[in-house]
Design a protein. Structure first.
Length: 367
């Protein structure tokens, strides 16, 4: 089967799809599909996954025609590129799957809501209704599609996670000094709830802990957070801010932490939480992310999007011995390996494509 994946940007600072879209494309190639990937933006350092052809023309007609795809899978909403892909897919009579990537979540719809409401009625709703199927990364996201009146089939499959290859001697070594670190590693964006985290950290001020906030700044939000930290009396001994990390530096940040915190208002999946679990860290996150499994698998805390609830979870986590946190992290890593393998997810997605083309029975992940 020939499949093309289209996404507006592969720059890491744009968020999760820059990682999850190539991850899915690569896994589909390993599953036997002939996969092409195109984007309007990509960093110079980007390398397509093995077995995936990168088309340099972006979301233009020549690129899509050159792929000669039987299925188009578009990621994201609202942008001219998404509208263009919908038009071209219709013109070529090629079925199209759309992954909104959290852009239809209530918080996201309220952000710049008047522009989005206008776009929704002018073209976006029509573009979605012309899709063969939508892709949701959680049951909650699928339910939101239905609330918006979208009645086409929905493929419910999470994002996958690449398990880090950590040598046994590194994984088993005690990586922590007498001070321990709670890590936030994601975009520095109002959606992520960082003011709530800083307020909670100032209230708890756990002994011999520091908070490390890592990620690309969006819209000057970092300066607001630094000002808030100063007003709360959180000096550099209690809170550290760093820019985006990738590769070995990112892996080192996970290794040096004892706890991961994602105090988000809204996530359709929350790839940052999944990556932290894959690195063996227990996670605190909110009901804004679909991670209730943290509690059922005893590998973290899933709390309301409230300062009091976040502070209570921080107090509980920071009081636990390091060995107990590491055991929670071990359970989380095992859970991620069992549930969020890219190869397993790709096999299910490929079965969905085949079903949409009339070549198989309806997969269980389609609702």
């Amino acid at each position: 089967m020939k499949v093309i994946h289209t996404v507006s940007s592969l720059k890491m600072e744009t968020g999760g799809p820059a990682r999850s879209v190539p991850g899915l494309a690569g896994a589909l190639a390993r599953a036997g599909a002939e996969v092409s990937l195109t984007a309007n933006e990509r960093p110079d350092s980007f390398r397509a996954p093995e077995g995936v052809a990168f088309l340099s023309g972006g979301t233009e007609l020549p690129s899509l025609q050159a792929a000669a795809a039987e299925m188009i899978h578009d990621h994201g909403l609202w942008l001219p590129s998404n509208y263009k892909v919908a038009q071209l897919a219709s013109a070529m009579k090629t079925p199209r799957v759309v992954s909104p990537r959290g852009m239809l979540e209530p918080w996201a719809l309220e952000h710049r809501k008047w522009k989005k409401r206008l776009a929704w009625w002018l073209y976006q709703k029509r573009c979605l209704k012309s899709a063969a199927a939508l892709h949701a990364t959680s049951d909650a996201e699928a339910e939101q599609f239905r609330r918006l009146g979208l009645k086409m089939p929905v493929i419910v499959l999470p994002n996958g996670v690449d398990l880090p290859e950590i040598p046994d001697e590194v994984a088993e070594a005690a990586p922590h000094s007498s001070r321990r670190t709670a890590l936030f590693l994601s975009r520095i964006h109002p959606k992520k709830g960082l003011p709530l985290l800083l307020d909670a950290w100032a209230r708890v001020k756990p002994q011999d802990w520091d908070l490390h906030i890592v990620g690309p700044d969006e819209g000057g939000h970092l300066a607001d957070l630094q000002k808030q930290a100063k007003q709360l009396g959180l000096g550099s001994d209690l809170v550290r801010f760093s820019g985006p990390l990738d590769g070995a530096e990112k892996a080192a940040a996970f290794r040096e932490a004892s706890l991961f915190v994602l105090p988000t208002y809204s996530e359709n999946f929350g790839i940052a939480a999944a990556e932290a679990l894959a690195h063996g860290l227990p996670v605190i996150t909110t009901h804004g992310a679909p991670w209730q499994v943290l509690e059922t698998e005893r590998c973290g805390w899933w709390v309301p999007v409230e300062g009091d609830a976040i502070a209570k979870a921080l107090l509980d986590a920071s009081a636990r011995p390091e060995a107990e946190l590491r055991e929670m992290g071990r359970r989380g890593k095992e859970m991620v390996a069992a549930r969020y393998s890219w190869d397993g997810i790709a096999r299910e997605m490929l079965a969905c494509y085949q079903w949409l083309l009339g070549r198989g029975s309806k997969p269980r992940c389609v609702v």
